[in-house]
Design a protein around this ligand. Sequence first.
Ligand code: A3P
Length: 320
Amino acid sequence: PSVSPTLNSSSSSNLFDELPKEKSWGVTELYQWEGFWYALPHLKAAITARSQFEASDDDILLASSMKTGTTWLKALIPSIMHCNGEEDSDDDDDSNDPLLRNHPNALMPSIVQIFQENPNPYLSGMCSPRLFRAHLPYAMLPESVKTSGCKIVYITRNPKDTFVSLWHFSNAARTPEKGPSPLNKAFESFCKGVHPFGPFHDHVLEYWKESVKKSEKILFLKYEDLKRDTRGQLKKLASFLGRPFVKESELDKVIRRCSLERLKNLEVNKNGVDNLLGIANSLYFRRGTVGDWKNSLSTEMKERLDNITKMKLEGSGLDL
Ligand code: A3P
């Protein structure tokens, strides 16, 4: 069931109390709104953003479910926008690479986080084109994002690897005394769609359907394709963003600068902390392999999630 009470300021906190709630991953309580699950601060900020955020025609929004490879794109998109046409003569010169001193989160700020901090943020002063990210479901995006020229890049990933990545990530947020959340329970929640910004499959399907209807507006990418054919996928991405690579060396530079190995070993990502989220930057970089689920999921779990995926995606033309 999906619930979306009318929100009017004075009684809003009571309305949130009436929403369906579930404890997920043993860390935080999630609230269901219009069919998707949110931590309460995210939900409140998302509702404010939906009514307040004004997209510009040249904005770029990176959208995704959690743990689908967003961080890679948070590095790739700014690098493409920055590098292509960069006056650099030396392809190995990284002195002006923003990734050197910034975690990718800082290069594509989260719309939800922005509105969480300040319900009336001043965003017109940002350099153009503005780059944003959001884990929001498509239906929850501010209307102007959909109706303006703002381009959307969506990244998704095989659900089994997404789940395992999310499980590791959320374990890192737990105290050492508590230890990792039991895999079975977390898996059960994921299968029910109860996880931040879940259900995963509904999230993916919304964007997939929109991308089929409006391919010039939404670019739909898969993590596995990016790993398998990085060059081909990046050429497609750069063209979509209106910054096609002119020289192969530009493409080489972007690939090198955004590689997991490089980013993982940069000081800012090894020892830095995301002050807004209060978590170590290093948590965003783990193995980055396709099929890592094999190290955690049993055969029964694999079959169960595969069946859910098959059932949910049936007839959509999407394969994950
Ligand atoms: P694993 O946990 O499977 O290693 P997100 O960025 O959406 O939170 O997704 C995190 C996943 O992307 C993690 O997967 C992480 O290791 C991987 N990742 C992060 N940066 C990457 C990069 N530059 N290249 C490839 N994968 C990356």
